[in-house]
Design a protein around this ligand. Structure first.
Ligand SMILES: [Cu+2]
Length: 455
């Protein structure tokens, strides 16, 4: 039995088990859950690009044709923050290209930018003249021109595309996309959900509307598919499903991508799905600049964080190199400083978590078009996160192919960490060092927002 047929039987089997659970679902959902969404002619489960999309193709004489348009776009990183970016076909990242090993593809690239461009097919085996390095492999594509790239796909894997012309500017403004090639013979171990996330960073300085291409390290926005938390769509799955997250990185930093909940297995990347003996279980995988990595896991019910573990990469626009106010008593100083700096707010004596309270309460207004450093709320309060952070939401009762946000996880009774005392001297914990003084929580004053009315 070839693997395509194996897939079909697997899906047919799922359909046979489904009737009990499906009773309450809509006819559409039933149809989606009952059968394979891929046929022998499309032997793969389509990739889902959160916040993004897959570019439709057309078949012309046996050739799979795509058409990319490089252009300036208006992009929203999260509600309250927009910018003039550059991308493809109206979006950053550009649409995901999806094909099968063995396909002969023709990709038209039309340049609607104010300067020349080219497209490099990152990691893809092809003739040298199709590699897309402006000046090296081809003449640049001038504004208004359309070029055709044409090659046969001789591999499978998680790949990317981006300009190889004025790269510093064109990447900084958001020009990039994923290029997914599925194995011709199907997957030996099939996937139920296949996600694509492209990591990037933008230097959109507070109060501005155009990313700054000159920045090398201190970026304002750390993005997955050009969105920041909480605007990054959750990755949803049904309990027990096998999920793959394909992560590509065309930013200026390496990102240790960390997943809560079940361990994932790193199963491949640019080199396709690796042989099984190379798979390795991890909870954090560094996805280096220019790399792609495939993370696979069997979904377990819950709301599980998926984020970059560089703690500044889960923040939105923030100042770096500011004075350290931790432990500094600022009593009385605030009023004095406000005479010089209207709107100044003393913060950070006991930590920065209060920052989200201040911005959420509306008493601290940042510059226009600028997201607060910390955003996002969960069922138990502020998440104090932004940037490269999203949630994997796994539920027992999701229809297959349903990617809608199911809301917050209804934790089974007795499975949530709970308060057992409000006394800082509770219990007899082992500790080292001199005897503890009074607990700071005993002296903490509640935030008085009435005194923080900002002009
Ligand atoms: Cu990071």
């Amino acid at each position: 039995m070839n693997s395509t047929r194996r897939h079909w039987f697997r899906w047919a089997g799922l359909g046979a088990l489904a009737p009990l659970a499906l009773a309450a679902r809509s006819a559409t959902a039933q149809a989606a859950a009952a059968g394979p969404t891929y046929s022998p002619r499309q032997p793969y489960r389509p990739v889902h690009t959160p916040n993004g999309w897959t570019l439709p193709h057309r078949m012309v004489g046996g050739v799979k044709e795509f058409h990319l348009v490089a252009e300036e776009i208006e992009h929203e990183f999260a509600p309250g923050c927009r910018a003039k970016c550059w991308g493809y076909n109206g979006t950053t990242p550009g649409p995901t290209l999806e094909a099968v090993e063995g396909d002969h593809v023709r990709i038209y690239v039309t340049n609607r930018l104010p300067e020349h461009t080219s497209v490099h097919w990152h990691g893809i085996l092809l003739p040298s003249g199709m590699d897309g390095v402006g000046g090296l492999s081809q003449p640049h594509i001038q504004p208004g021109e359309t070029y055709a790239y044409e090659f046969t796909l001789r591999q499978h894997g998680t790949h990317m595309y981006h300009p190889h012309a004025d790269e510093m500017v064109q990447l900084a403004l958001g020009m990039m996309g994923m290029f997914i090639i599925h194995p011709q013979a199907g997957e030996e171990m099939p996937l139920d959900r296949d996600y694509a996330l492209l990591l990037h960073n933008f230097a959109l300085h507070p109060g501005t509307y155009r990313p700054d291409p000159s920045v090398m390290q201190d970026f304002d926005l750390w993005t997955m598919n050009s969105k920041v938390f909480p605007a990054i769509a959750p990755l949803v799955a049904r309990s027990g499903e096998r999920v793959r997250i394909r992560v590509g990185n065309l930013s200026m930093w390496n990102h240790p991508i960390h997943m809560h909940g079940p361990k994932f297995v790193v199963t491949g990347g640019d080199g396709g799905r690796w042989p099984r003996q190379l798979w390795r279980p991890e909870v954090t995988e560094i996805v280096g600049v220019g790399q792609t990595r495939d993370l696979e896991f069997v979904a377990e019910p819950g709301d599980w964080a998926l984020h970059c573990h560089m703690s500044h990469h889960t923040m939105n626009a923030m100042g770096h190199g500011i004075p350290n106010t931790l432990g500094v008593d600022q009593t009385g100083v605030e009023a004095d400083i406000r005479k010089l700096l209207p709107g100044y707010m003393a913060m950070g004596q006991g930590g920065m978590a209060e920052h989200q309270e201040h911005t959420d309460s509306g008493h601290m207004k940042g510059p226009e078009n600028t997201l607060p450093m910390m955003m996002g709320k969960g069922p138990f309060g502020n998440l104090e996160m932004g940037g490269m952070f999203t949630v994997i939401k796994v539920r027992d009762d999701l229809p297959a192919d349903d990617f809608r946000d199911p809301g917050w996880y209804p934790n089974p009774e007795g499975t949530v960490a709970n308060r057992v005392s409000s006394d800082p001297d509770f219990g007899t914990p082992a500790r080292r060092g001199p005897p503890p003084g009074p607990s700071p929580t005993l002296e903490a004053k509640p935030v008085d927002h009435s005194k923080m009315k900002m002009g």
